[in-house]
Structures are given as C-alpha cells and as structure tokens.
Ligand binder design. Structure first.
Ligand SMILES: [Zn+2]
Ligand SMILES: [Zn+2]
Length: 122
C-alpha cells in the first residue's frame, strides 16, 4: 500500500495487516492513520496479546500509523458480524461498553455475549 492509498482509507474499507490479517477500517484520524479492527479471531487474539500490557482488551481496535503494515485487501469482504438482539457489530460495540463497561464477544455468529442467556458477562 502506498502512502497515498493509506491516507484514502475510509470507514468499512478492508485491509490486510501484516500482523493482524484481515481488518476493517473503523475510522481515519487525519495526520495519524486508520483505526483498524481485526475481523478474525486469530487477529483479535494477536492484537489482544500485543496490547494486553497496555490495558487492551479482546476486540479492541488499533490505531495504525505505519502504511507499511497495511496491504490492500484482496480477500472477499467478510460480512461484518451483527448481534441479532442489540445490533452491535465488530465495528461498533459502544452500546455494550456503555452498559457493561467492556466489549462483548461472539457466542454465536449473530449473538453477542451481552445478549446471550446466562452470560457470565451481563
Ligand atoms: Zn448483543
Ligand atoms: Zn457488543
């Protein structure tokens, strides 16, 4: 990816990150870079392990300021997971965070942990 392309990333664009694989762009912060979020479990786990010492949590996004880490995504777009009850998605879990204090995770392809019955996180 060239600097020019990197600066043209827009919300919901997909990139391949050198460490975290298939990622979606959440937003672009001018003069810094895109806020990206891994869309695969492997990518989320890697990011979690890299950021846990800074208080990062599973499913947290990352501000990427190096265009060298990003490649244009050639993979077909994965659908963005959406909770069938509360409507939160991989890109926007702010509702769950506001209510429970932490992001949810997926207990089923269309059900998040906040909405799952008998969830330990409620
Ligand atoms: Zn939910
Ligand atoms: Zn959520």
């Amino acid at each position: 990816m060239k600097i020019k392309d990197f600066n043209n990333l827009r919300p919901s664009d997909r990139i391949e990150h050198k460490h975290y694989g298939h990622c979606a762009v959440q937003k672009f912060i001018p003069d810094f870079g895109p806020v990206i979020q891994p869309l695969t479990h492997e990518g989320k786990m890697k990011l979690y392990h890299h950021s846990a010492y800074k208080g990062g949590r599973y499913g947290m996004p990352l501000l990427e300021n190096s265009y060298r880490m990003c490649q244009p995504s050639a993979a077909p777009y994965l659908p963005i997971q959406t909770c069938r009850i509360c409507g939160c998605t991989d890109l926007d879990c702010t509702m769950c965070i506001a209510i429970t204090g932490h992001p949810c995770h997926w207990v089923a392809p269309d059900l998040c942990s906040r909405c799952a019955p008998n969830s330990p996180i409620s």
